[in-house]
Design a protein around this ligand. Structure first.
Ligand SMILES: Cc1cc2nc3c(=O)[nH]c(=O)nc-3n(C[C@H](O)[C@H](O)[C@H](O)COP(=O)(O)OP(=O)(O)OC[C@H]3O[C@@H](n4cnc5c(N)ncnc54)[C@H](O)[C@@H]3O)c2cc1C
Length: 461
């Protein structure tokens, strides 16, 4: 773990606090936001953290309070945004932690490389991707983001910059460590080769939850990417009905002649921003139920090899800027959990409970995870993960989710911290068995808790 100590420039005045939220727009708090543009400025920013604690923030796509620090400092890392080295033969990139996956796609796709893991939005930073050890539709094949990190530069509480490599405790604490081991300044990533920027996609419908699980279990291994949209408002025999979309990067010879002139073009479509005000009830049970019905019916019963743009397959919501406003000022909760293989009964019970509660969720997805990574607080483990959006002001929601937390913990599963804004500390401890190791390492690395966040205080991380 080589360490260097960059000299810090003279500190600037502490900026006035600004309100921050996560993507779900719940749990707002105000912090002094500092935006370093160099490693030296990041070191200097630690002086602001020294008084009030600090936490790194990327593009704020975590849904809850992970990148907030009430009354303290927040280091906006998007100013560290340089791509340093691309090795187009070996398929690696060295870049600053504030570079977004969108930017990486812009520079890498024309060279025939793709990011190894992408979440449902490409507007996340490399630092945020490592901090939450994000997963994508390819988790069952490729694992989570940290598996593809060769090394990273970490600014720790003592002001040193350490090169951190996989196979070390500091790496395992940082991958999924929610920014609490320090500030990631840059990283070296391994990439995935592609011949085109299109996806070849198979779509099929599943009539209910058991049908869905059977299809995913039987055939997921044939696909690099797999996910199922699930209708959580359907009831009775249709409970858990779903549309599966699975596929892989299209090879060059799958493209029609006209598309072969620019097979690696990356031109995502951008629609107008979502309105600030959305009429009350648009996301109520009736309208979401109608939407879900149409979505299910319009999906083909079975379609093979449809060519889709990368952006349509991976990031359909990125086309609508600020789509998170549609839930109104109350915001929304994204609830995501995983339960292991063998705990299918618990999954069934949870789906039935959500369905019985009539949660108006039109963004619900089920997927199978593959092997877990080494991150101590990393979320993915082999099993079933369900993620759903729910308006935060839904009556009875807090009690329902507390009960679901207990069900998940009892089944040996866990909640995803990057989506969370409401979990209780005692439940967390039952979900993450390496939490004591994480706390011990953090205590020795950062005894004064220089790095802290609203999430770390709430969950006593
Ligand atoms: C529409 C949508 C779809 C999503 N789909 C998925 C998905 O499919 N799979 C998935 O895993 N996640 C998904 N997410 C969640 C998202 O990928 C993660 O929350 C990711 O961490 C956000 O990155 P960010 O750059 O916005 O970081 P932020 O939200 O700003 O921060 C997230 C965490 O990373 C830490 N962090 C950020 N930068 C650094 C840094 N430089 N050094 C140290 N720590 C840092 C922060 O302290 C914080 O704890 C989705 C989010 C949205 C909005």
């Amino acid at each position: 773990m080589p360490a260097t100590q960059p000299s810090a420039p003279a500190s600037a005045p502490v900026p006035a606090p600004v309100p921050l939220t996560g993507w779900g727009r719940t749990a707002p708090s105000a912090a002094h936001v500092v935006r370093p543009r160099t490693h030296e400025e990041a070191v200097a920013a630690l002086r602001v953290c020294a008084e009030r604690g600090g936490i790194a923030r990327g593009l704020g796509r975590a849904y809850g309070d992970a990148a907030q620090n009430a009354g303290g400092a927040v280091l906006d890392m998007t100013g560290l945004d340089r791509v340093h080295v691309i090795d187009a033969d070996a398929g690696t990139v060295v870049c600053d932690a504030g570079v977004s996956l969108h930017r990486l796609m812009e520079v890498l796709l024309p060279l025939g490389w793709f990011v190894p893991v992408t979440p449902g939005t490409r507007y996340v930073t490399v630092g945020g991707a490592i901090g939450a050890d994000i997963h994508g539709k390819n988790h069952h094949v490729s694992g989570s983001f940290a598996r593809h990190v060769r090394s990273l530069e970490l600014l720790t509480a003592d002001g040193t910059v350490r090169t951190v490599e996989p196979g070390t405790p500091l790496f395992d604490a940082t991958a999924g460590g929610m920014g609490l081991t320090g500030v990631i300044l840059s990283a070296t990533l391994r990439l995935h080769p592609v011949e085109t920027s299109l996806m070849a996609v198979d779509t099929e419908r599943a009539a209910d939850l058991d049908d869905l699980m059977a299809r995913l279990t039987a055939t997921d291994h044939r696909y690099r990417y797999s996910v199922a949209w699930i209708d959580l408002l359907a009831r009775g025999a249709a409970t858990g009905r779903a549309v599966l979309t699975r596929g892989d990067h299209a090879p060059l010879d799958a493209l029609p002649a006209r598309a072969r002139t620019a097979p690696l073009a990356f031109r995502p479509r951008q629609l107008p921003a979502a309105p600030r005000f959305v009429p009350e009830g648009l996301l109520g049970r009736r309208s979401v139920g109608l939407f879900n019905e149409l979505w299910y019916r319009k999906a083909p019963r079975a379609r093979h090899g449809q060519l889709q743009k990368l952006s349509a397959f991976f990031h359909p919501l990125d086309g609508v800027p600020h789509w998170n406003r549609v839930y109104g000022p109350g915001g929304f909760i994204q609830y995501q959990f995983v339960v292991g293989y063998g705990a299918e009964e618990a999954l069934r019970r949870i789906v039935h409970r959500i369905s019985a509660h009539r949660c108006p969720s039109f963004l619900a997805v089920l997927k199978r995870f593959g092997d877990a990574g080494p991150g101590w607080l990393s979320f993915p483990m082999p099993g079933w993960t369900l993620a759903l959006d729910i308006p935060a002001n839904l009556p009875g929601l807090a009690a329902l989710l507390d009960e679901l937390d207990t069900e998940v913990a009892t089944a040996g599963g866990r909640i995803y911290l990057a989506k969370d804004s409401r979990l209780r500390p005692d439940t967390l401890a039952a979900m993450y068995p390496r939490l004591p190791d994480f706390r011990t390492l953090r205590q020795s690395l950062d005894p004064t808790s220089l790095f802290r966040s609203d999430l770390s205080r709430r969950l006593t991380l």
